[in-house]
Design a protein around this ligand. Structure first.
Ligand code: HEC
Ligand code: HEC
Length: 337
């Protein structure tokens, strides 16, 4: 027995040392990302207009990097906090392996960053100092944006009002804090701008840029998309009032998805969603609410929404999956039973 324990102890020591060496290696060797290029993005009226449209209505920068009213319909952004970061995404809300408050992206925080460093963050997922970012920041998606669109976003976020705010640093659980370092990599050549006359190409580009799948494709316990469930909905978001919100099935399934929606109905649904959200209606704890970015996407152009519709209808497999979009908290009496 004694020798067995000695052996077991030795084995554990070896394991621990190997583990430490492994994590030391991860620390030193990753992330494998080249230094940021040193360039300046020229700000032009065209870029500011395009960048504003992308940042506000397509890529969702402010949806994550701002604070929100939790007691109003659609959790609208607090205008004065636009870009300041701070809204907490964590285990409770969406099963994340840690707590992330998106950083401040107003000039207050980014004033010392070069444009090359911001572009590298958006394409490769490392911060100014080369630290890996957790891919809740959708850099894998942003790496597929064309150069002109990325430059437009940079020109625009440089122009917004600085807001003084220092959100808490990201805290990731072990071992994700090490694994996250292995994800960022150089993004390679820029893809060409999408052909705006080809609705499917444009739709593919926009659905990626807007990270629709990040909410609408359910994932397993490790955050990996469930096979065969692309855009089939059902991922759970747990809100502090005890309610659960689930993104809808937006596959072309006729019964449980958007299979019988016309393009016109689809576009009108976004316009109506925006109108409802803009009303700022107070919502009491336990009443229906949604985190679909209706106010942002609801102001996309008819052409862009139409292209997204074409993509969903033609490039996505219909999946029969019934999703209950909202479950109110269990009432006092129900939980007392
Ligand atoms: C789904 C939420 C989400 C969206 C959408 C998003 N971000 Fe982020 N972003 C984050 C999170 C979370 C982090 C921090 C990640 C970490 O610390 O590991 C981050 C980090 C950053 C950083 C690094 C800042 C720093 O101080 O380290 C920049 C710059 C940034 N985002 C810019 C943008 C821009 C520009 C857009 C839109 C094109 C955008 N983000 C869209 C969640 C998001
Ligand atoms: C932050 C998470 C999130 C993102 C990102 C998101 N959605 Fe949603 N979406 C939801 C939720 C939650 C619902 C269900 C509640 C509702 O209908 O408002 C929903 C509902 C919808 C509906 C209504 C479906 C129905 O049956 O009524 C459509 C259409 C839709 N989303 C399309 C999209 C598209 C297209 C994108 C990308 C451009 C997208 N969503 C991105 C969360 C999201």
């Amino acid at each position: 027995m004694k020798t067995f324990f000695k052996f077991a102890l030795g084995f554990i020591v070896v394991l621990v040392l190997a583990g430490a060496a492994g994590f030391g290696y991860l620390n030193l060797a990753f992330p494998k990302v080249s230094p940021a290029e040193n360039f300046q993005v020229k700000s032009t009226p065209e870029r500011l207009t395009r960048g504003r449209y992308l940042a506000e209505n397509v890529t969702g920068c402010f949806g994550c990097h701002s604070d929100r009213y939790l007691d109003r319909y659609n959790f609208p952004l607090k205008t004065e906090t636009r870009g300041q970061g701070g809204f907490l995404f964590d285990k409770k809300l969406m099963g994340l392996p840690g707590s992330l408050s998106p950083p401040n992206i107003t000039p207050y925080n980014l004033k010392d960053w070069t444009d090359g460093e911001i572009v590298r963050t958006l394409r490769c997922g490392v911060d100014k100092n080369g630290k890996a970012l957790f891919p809740l920041m959708p850099y894998p998606n942003f790496s597929k944006l064309c150069q002109e669109d990325l430059y437009s976003i940079v020109a625009y976020i440089r122009s917004i009002k600085p807001v003084t705010n220092n959100p808490p640093a990201t805290k990731l659980d072990f071992p994700v804090n090490f694994i996250v370092r292995t994800i960022p990599h150089d993004a390679g050549a820029y893809p060409p701008p999408p052909d705006r006359k080809n609705a499917l190409v444009l739709g593919t580009y926009l659905v990626n840029a807007a990270s629709c799948a990040a909410c609408h494709t359910p994932v397993d316990g490790h955050g990996a998309p469930l096979p065969g469930m692309d855009f089939a909905g059902g991922m759970e978001f747990h809100f502090p009032d005890g309610s659960t919100i689930r993104p809808a099935n937006i596959t072309p399934d006729k019964k449980t998805g958007i299979g019988d929606w016309t393009k016109d109905y689809f576009i009108q649904r976004f316009r109506q969603g925006k109108k409802m959200a803009d009303s700022g209606t107070p919502v009491k704890p336990g009443e229906f609410n949604t985190l679909m970015p209706w106010p942002e996407f609801g102001a996309m152009t008819d052409g862009d929404l139409g292209a997204i519709y074409d993509y969903l209808r033609n490039n996505v497999k219909p999946v029969n999956h019934n999703v209950e979009k909202f479950t109110p908290p269990r009432t006092q009496t129900a939980s007392a039973k």
